[in-house]
Design a protein around this ligand. Structure first.
Ligand code: DOR
Ligand code: ZN
Length: 359
């Protein structure tokens, strides 16, 4: 938004991880896994499949389907070996403390995802009474399993632009007080309120930020025509919020790290009278984040956000591989082939980004 750090034209960083991604399932995996594995080593796979990933058996089978797709892809042997999908369980009203214990001991479940029922895509089985889930949260504290939050209230009467802030005030503050050692990630934060809230908590509370919430605000979504490929949940907010997110993401604070929330929906499901929520960014996520960081002259703080802070939060080592980004323009493809003859339109389709991945 202001000046750029013109002196830095190339940046070699530790291989990034994506701590929040939707890969979907079955035939969709041909496209989504190829794109994710090209840029990221570890990816935390969201469990909002139909039906959702509710237990360890579901998670194990889903992981095997993803790994099969990466093996079948045209990626090189190094990328195939490095790609490491991490699983999440979908918290429902029926999840028990025992389920959490089993998940923690399985070694393949990285975290538990909470969708308030009705908050977003495939959230119908989500939690209807968060305060009734105390035994589950206690078990997560005990077994050190992080809770990943879609942090929006869902009451019909609450304005869509206020839903994240209301969640902080009415739900999250109490949860943190009641479960003070529970590791929590506020996923895809969209407001200065969320950024300030996370900053005010201890190191057990962190947040992911998407490329679209760093690059766009609600004017991009709505002025001069409605842009369905910018529609996601939580919805883009006003410019001041975008600027606050850019501030914290580029600040070097380890509480904020990369989570694309890349969420594929076929082009015709987005460009529709009732378009689906979700931006597909996986294939171009690193050039997008580099562009966002460079736009405020902070490309030098990119690596912490993309490759270090998330690993630190999850207690994992930083990846050994390296990737080079270069200030060489790239054109974002207008679409990718998706399954059954459909296409997938990426975020910023057809636009030129100043940064690209060096081959
Ligand atoms: O925009 C979104 N799309 N937000 C979500 O929380 C879910 C996601 C999806 O699964 O499509
Ligand atoms: Zn998501």
């Amino acid at each position: 938004m202001t000046h750029t750090t013109d002196s830095i034209k190339e940046l070699t960083i530790s291989q990034p991880d994506d701590w929040h991604i939707h890969l979907r399932d079955d035939k969709a995996l041909v496209t989504t896994v190829r794109h994710a594995a090209a840029s990221f080593n570890r990816v935390i796979c969201m469990p909002n499949l139909v039906p959702p990933v509710k237990n360890v058996e579901d998670a194990r089978a889903y992981r095997a389907r993803i790994l099969q797709r990466v093996q079948d892809s045209d990626l090189n042997a190094e990328r195939k070996a490095a790609f490491d999908p991490r699983m999440t369980l979908y918290l429902t009203d029926q999840t028990t403390a025992k389920d959490i214990e089993v998940a923690a001991q399985s070694g393949i479940v990285q975290a538990v995802k909470l969708y308030p029922a009705g908050a977003t895509t495939n959230s119908a089985d989500g939690v209807t009474d968060i305060h009734g889930r105390a035994a589950v949260f206690e078990a997560m504290e005990k077994y050190h399993l992080p809770l990943l939050l879609h942090g929006e209230v869902t009451h019909e009467h609450v304005d869509i632009f206020d839903r994240e802030k209301r969640f902080l005030d009415e739900v999250l503050a109490q949860m943190i007080a009641k479960f003070p050692t529970l590791k929590i990630v506020m996923e895809h934060i969209t407001t200065s309120d969320a950024a300030d809230f996370v900053l005010a908590q201890g190191s057990q509370v962190a947040a992911t930020i998407t490329p679209q919430h760093l690059m766009l605000n609600r004017n991009h979504l709505l002025v001069g025509g409605i842009r369905p490929h910018f529609y996601c949940l939580p919805i883009l907010k006003r410019r001041q919020h975008q600027e606050a997110l850019l501030d914290v993401a580029t600040s070097g604070s380890p509480k904020f790290f990369l989570g694309t929330d890349s969420a594929p929906h076929a082009t015709d499901k987005k460009e529709a009278a009732c378009g689906c929520a979700g931006c597909y960014s996986s294939s171009i996520a690193l050039p997008l984040y580099a562009t966002a960081f460079d736009s405020v002259g902070k490309i030098d703080t990119l690596e912490g956000f993309t490759s270090q802070f998330g690993a630190q939060f999850y207690g994992l080592p930083v990846n050994e591989g390296r990737i080079t980004l270069t200030k060489t323009p790239m054109q974002v493809p207008t679409g990718y082939p998706y399954f059954d003859g459909q296409t997938l339109t990426p975020l910023m389709a057809g636009e030129t980004l100043p940064w690209s991945i060096k081959a």
